[in-house]
Design a protein around this ligand. Structure first.
Ligand code: DCP
Ligand code: CA
Ligand code: CA
Length: 412
């Protein structure tokens, strides 16, 4: 068993480099969540088309569907649909008012059950969560057994059904939990990818919304197998950098993982750009902000470091990672900042356009708190960076900064 304590869970994800490292990830999503809770509260609703939403909609025609039972989905009712349209499609629907406090309580209970597993965990919404089962499962058979136990415990304690996906990447695990809803468990391995994606609608890929689906359709892509069976270079030619993203996703090559704090070997922050930051000056500004936030994490988590890493990913997904080390551990901001800038500067004027920038510190050592506050007082002024010498003619109009999980709708 692992020995992470409750407080040590981190909710971040980090990209890891070793693509051969095999992991077992689980994604759990509660079935028709708000509606399932309402049916539990009032068993007479069982088997009927139930909509959670604005109860006066029949009179005033206002509001949207928060969610609905599967009986209502048969009529084409779904989350986000205008109540007015929902009632046209399903006139006999029973409308129930939402009760967030009850949903939050049940959600918390489920999350607490999962925390007891003591594995890296990231909650991704009120009704869904990722777990990295690698520390407690040697193989998929064990993971499936564990999934069954989890489902049973949730039924016993909270009386709700959930669906679970188990897969080598977080993205595939999420596709898995949606694959066989409600009350399903789906295992996706590299060997079963082909059959999983066979005829699966592209909209089942997290991040592909209506807009992206339409654009993909214009290029002839409607189902996941059409992506799965194309070469990476074909997809890049047809779809640009999102082509490579899709390729990596459906082949289980995405490398995000959940990082438990206790296991931290590095501190890093990165930003993805949809559209190029434009000129070097702006790229440097973004890089500077990233440096600040990474440095802040280093100090907050009471580390000192010997190694600075800078990352830049270009359009087309080519990534350059450069590191520099010094012989002694330090927290000196000016030193670390100038190391980071020395590493990144030569790459900021690349013609390909920037997709991602990152700053990291590794070779970490825990230090005492007193030292930190001293470092803050003795900190030098930041060095001036010679932007002129790096400036290129390139200018691109807009940049959208994406926190995490960019909607692919923005890619086109
Ligand atoms: N929700 C909402 N508004 C939306 C979408 C969802 O208020 N536009 C709420 C109601 C859902 C809950 O979030 O019950 C979880 O959303 P999901 O997308 O996971 O949908 P459900 O759990 O309702 O259904 P499924 O069985 O498909 O997971
Ligand atoms: Ca759900
Ligand atoms: Ca969900």
């Amino acid at each position: 068993m692992s020995n992470f304590s409750y407080e040590e869970f981190n909710v971040d994800e980090e990209e890891y480099d070793n693509e051969n490292e095999s992991r077992i990830n689980l994604h759990l999503d509660i079935d028709y969540f708000f509606a399932q809770v309402e049916i539990l509260k009032n068993p007479e609703l069982k088997g009927k088309p139930v909509i959670v939403g604005h109860t006066e909609a029949r009179k005033d025609g206002r509001g949207v569907v928060l969610t609905c039972s599967y009986e209502a989905r048969v009529f084409g009712v779904h989350s986000g649909l205008a109540m007015k349209i929902a009632l046209d499609r399903c006139p006999d629907a029973i409308i129930v008012k939402s009760d967030y406090q009850e949903y939050k309580e049940r959600s918390n209970k489920i999350m607490n059950i999962l925390r007891n597993l003591e594995v890296p965990m990231r909650q991704a919404g009120i009704d869904e969560v990722y777990l990295d089962l690698t520390p407690i499962c040697d193989d998929y058979q064990q993971a499936v057994k564990l999934a069954a136990d989890i489902k049973q415990e949730i039924i016993d304690e909270v009386q709700l059904t959930v669906s679970i996906g188990i897969a080598p990447t977080l993205k595939l695990a999420k596709i898995g939990s949606d694959y066989n809803k409600p009350d399903g468990v789906t295992i996706i391995t590299h060997n079963t990818l082909e059959s999983i994606f066979d005829k699966l609608a592209l909209t089942k890929i997290p991040g592909i919304g209506k807009k992206t689906a339409e654009r993909l359709k214009k290029k002839g892509f409607v189902t996941c197998d059409q992506i799965f069976h194309r070469s990476k270079s074909d997809l890049i030619n047809l779809l640009g950098s999102s082509g490579e993203y899709f390729y990596r996703l459906v082949h289980g090559e995405t490398t995000n993982r959940i990082v438990p704090r206790g296991e931290r070997k590095s501190v890093s922050h990165s930003r993805t750009f949809v559209g190029d930051p434009g000129d070097i000056e702006r790229s440097m500004e973004y890089f500077d902000k990233l440096f600040d936030s990474t440095y802040e994490t280093l100090i907050k988590e009471e580390f000192s470091t010997k190694t600075v890493t800078a990352t830049v990913r270009f359009n087309g997904f080519d990534t350059i990672t450069r590191s520099q080390s010094i012989p002694h551990y330090t927290t000196e901001r000016a030193t670390l900042r100038s190391m980071a800038f020395q590493l990144i500067e030569p790459h900021l004027s690349d013609e390909r356009g920037i997709r991602l920038l990152g700053v990291g510190f590794s070779n970490l050592k825990k230090r005492d708190a007193l030292q930190t506050s001293l470092d803050f007082f003795t900190e030098d002024m930041p060095e001036k960076i010679d932007i002129e010498s790096l400036r290129a003619e390139r200018t691109k109009p807009e940049v959208i900064e994406v926190e995490e999980e960019p909607s692919l709708d923005d890619y086109f």
